[in-house]
Design a protein around this ligand. Structure first.
Ligand code: SAH
Length: 313
């Protein structure tokens, strides 16, 4: 690590080296570097007392103006070489590969939003803004990062997947998310859907049945700065009683029926989106709306989700 102190040491070492190489200095006389007239007189740049007299340097000495020309060059060389030899934090920041990657991912994300989401008819502004903001590449396994913005689901381990971006956007838009809403998600997985919701509201609760995935999803959320999302490791079939009622519930695993506790925990006027059907076959994405005792369901489109599993009771 080249800190400022080391840097000065290196510089003075180089100056010393110059002083100890009279033969080289005499081989290239000062006049060969620049005509004396082209240089500002030393006195204009620094007090004469700050400069060593040329005669002190070598038998065929560098003139003071030539030294003044060399010093900045030397400085540049030391800084430049230092950037490659040692991880100089100041210079490294200028050419940091991390920044390049982030910029590349930002462009890919923009393309994803334009081509996969807006082009397919998602037009809810908060949803689009959220899809633009969430760094999806931080919610996949390192081996999948380059594929994070492709038009499909990706494996996240334990036989589970992060949903296709379009499906996430479509389900988010369906609940008409707004900043004052309290939302419950069942199936945290990578944490990506929860992050998209958290871009819109501070009240996001998510439940994951596979403990390790719950840990990973929560870590992804924290790493990406979504500190307020609350994550629970449990069977989401039972919902999250103590935080009910919810304005909306998003279920991201396919159940063979709509879990009654989830309907129960919807507030009056609330909405739920849930894939229903047999596992490993095409299921139906369903919209459930609660109006008092009246529960309305509507089939929206065929989808394929990983199965909604149950904890042994
Ligand atoms: N929303 C996730 C999608 C993950 S896939 C994302 O954005 O990445 C669905 C997840 O639901 C899986 O992680 C699976 O383990 C979980 N799951 C399945 N049944 C569940 C249940 N009964 N309760 C909670 N989570 C469940």
């Amino acid at each position: 690590m080249l800190n400022h102190t080391d840097f000065h040491t290196d510089l003075s070492a180089s100056i010393l080296w110059m002083r100890e190489q009279p033969a080289k200095a005499s081989a290239a006389p000062a006049s060969a570097l620049a005509p004396a007239s082209a240089l500002a007189p030393a006195s204009a740049l620094a007090p004469a007392s700050a400069l060593a007299p040329a005669s002190a340097l070598a038998p065929a000495p560098l003139s003071a103006p030539a030294l003044l020309l060399l010093l900045p060059l030397l400085l540049c060389f030391v800084m430049f070489a230092g950037a490659f030899v040692t991880p100089n934090p100041v210079l490294a920041a200028v050419i940091a590969p991390d920044d390049e990657d982030e910029e590349r991912y930002r462009r890919l994300r923009e393309q994803m939003v334009e081509r996969q989401i807006i082009a397919r008819g998602v037009d809810d502004r908060p949803t689009i803004r959220a899809m633009r903001n969430v760094p999806r590449h931080k919610f996949v396994r390192p081996a999948e990062q380059r594929r994070a913005y492709l038009d499909g689901p990706l494996p996240i381990g334990y036989g589970q997947t992060i949903s296709q971006p379009y499906i996430v956007a479509y389900m988010t838009q369906l609940i008409n998310p707004r900043p004052d809403m309290k939302v419950l998600e069942i199936g945290t997985g990578s944490g990506y859907q929860a992050a998209v919701l958290a871009e819109i509201t501070d009240q996001v609760f998510t439940i994951e049945i596979i403990e390790e995935l719950g840990d990973w999803g929560e870590q992804n959320l924290r790493n990406a700065g979504y500190d307020k999302v609350q994550v629970k490791r449990a069977d989401g079939y039972h919902g999250w009683e103590e935080h009910a009622p919810f304005d909306a519930i998003v279920v991201t695993a396919a159940a063979d029926h709509i879990p009654p506790p989830l309907v129960e925990q919807l507030r009056d006027g609330g909405i739920m989106v849930i894939p229903v059907g047999s596992p490993f076959r095409t299921q139906n994405l369903m919209l459930v709306q609660k109006r008092g005792e009246d529960i309305r369901t509507r089939n929206l489109m065929p989808v394929r989700f990983v199965p909604f599993t149950r904890e042994e009771e």
